[in-house]
Design a protein around this ligand. Structure first.
Ligand SMILES: Nc1ncnc2c1ncn2[C@@H]1O[C@H](COP(=O)(O)OP(=O)(O)OP(=O)(O)O)[C@@H](O)[C@H]1O
Ligand SMILES: [Mg+2]
Length: 277
């Protein structure tokens, strides 16, 4: 995207954002609540029309693509979704094939859905109504609907926020597996450690601008303080960055001390408590 600018009424949300994602690459969109991550993804998907600037896929301006062509090329997982029409897991994921073949699904469409259901571990839930799933299961269904269309661009808005530890890792492995080859991915994500582990590059958004972009090494304690207002220790763990948030940055330097240690030091030790003098 080039010089992408977007405002809601008078509120400027994105200002001249320039970001590129290569095929096979996963770009993490990081930044505080309200920093514009979802807005950016919606502009990339043409759910929102930017005020200026443009988004291209393989050189084609997305604004000029017909809706079905756009839906074929872009797989999108929204941050949230209200289930307007109750449908089964199978039917919901099948919707992701619609841009490929119209309203009557072929045998290969159904096979593609079955494969995605299998990869997401949703086998036992295929006929269940999506409204009767847990939050994490629903999130997987939304991802399945995006993956089943074999798009060349994946736009994922916090697709792992409701998932437990194991499913987070499984889903991120799946996403990265899907990118192998010629798929470009952009993921809005709050878990900095998950981002550092899986994203090739990250972009830190703040106040409508890209504060930093690059490999996960851009996640420094200073950048985290500036963007999130949080004191954090940043360490290396098995060649990955590990971010340990300590305390809000504006509560003074003493707040950055490990809270548990500080707490324990204030209490009498068991020995003291038992001494009878
Ligand atoms: N429909 C809307 N009308 C007016 N303002 C909106 C609308 N949708 C979002 N905003 C505002 O735009 C800003 C960016 O919102 P956005 O949803 O892109 O943030 P985000 O980075 O995705 O946040 P989060 O991490 O909470 O998902 C926020 O200030 C939000 O209040
Ligand atoms: Mg959002």
């Amino acid at each position: 995207m080039q010089r992408l600018t977007f405002a809601y009424d008078d509120e400027q949300i994105l200002e001249e954002i320039n970001l590129t994602v290569q095929s096979g690459e996963l770009l993490g969109l990081l930044g505080p609540n309200g920093s514009g991550k979802s807005t950016l993804l919606e502009c990339c998907n043409r759910l929102l029309g930017p005020d200026s600037g443009r988004v291209t896929i393989d050189g084609d301006p997305i604004a000029t693509l017909a809706p079905d062509e756009r839906a074929r090329r872009v797989g999108y997982v929204p941050q949230s979704e209200s289930g307007a029409f109750p449908a089964s897991v199978f039917e919901t994921i099948l919707q992701g094939r619609r841009p490929h073949g119209g309203w009557s699904p072929s045998a290969s469409d159904r096979e593609a859905v079955e494969r995605v259901i299998d990869r997401l571990g949703l086998d036992g839930l295929a006929t269940r109504n999506v409204e009767n799933l847990s939050g994490g299961q629903r999130q997987k269904v939304r991802l399945g609907r995006a993956l089943v269309g074999d798009p060349s661009v994946l736009l994922l808005d916090e697709p792992t926020s409701a998932l437990d530890l194991k499913h987070r890792l499984e889903v991120m492995d799946l996403v990265v597996g899907q990118l192998q080859g010629d798929v470009a991915g952009m993921i809005a994500i709050h878990d900095l450690n998950l981002a550092a582990r899986y994203c090739d590059r990250v972009a830190l958004l703040a106040e409508g601008e890209v504060h930093a972009v690059g490999p996960p090494d851009v996640l420094t304690a200073e950048a985290i303080r500036e963007v999130y207002g949080v004191e954090a220790s940043v360490r290396r763990h098995r060649d990955r960055r590990l971010v340990v948030p300590e305390a809000p940055a504006d509560t003074g330097p003493s707040a950055a001390e490990p809270p548990i240690e500080g707490h324990v030091a204030d209490r009498p030790t068991p020995n003291t408590a038992e001494t009878d003098d």
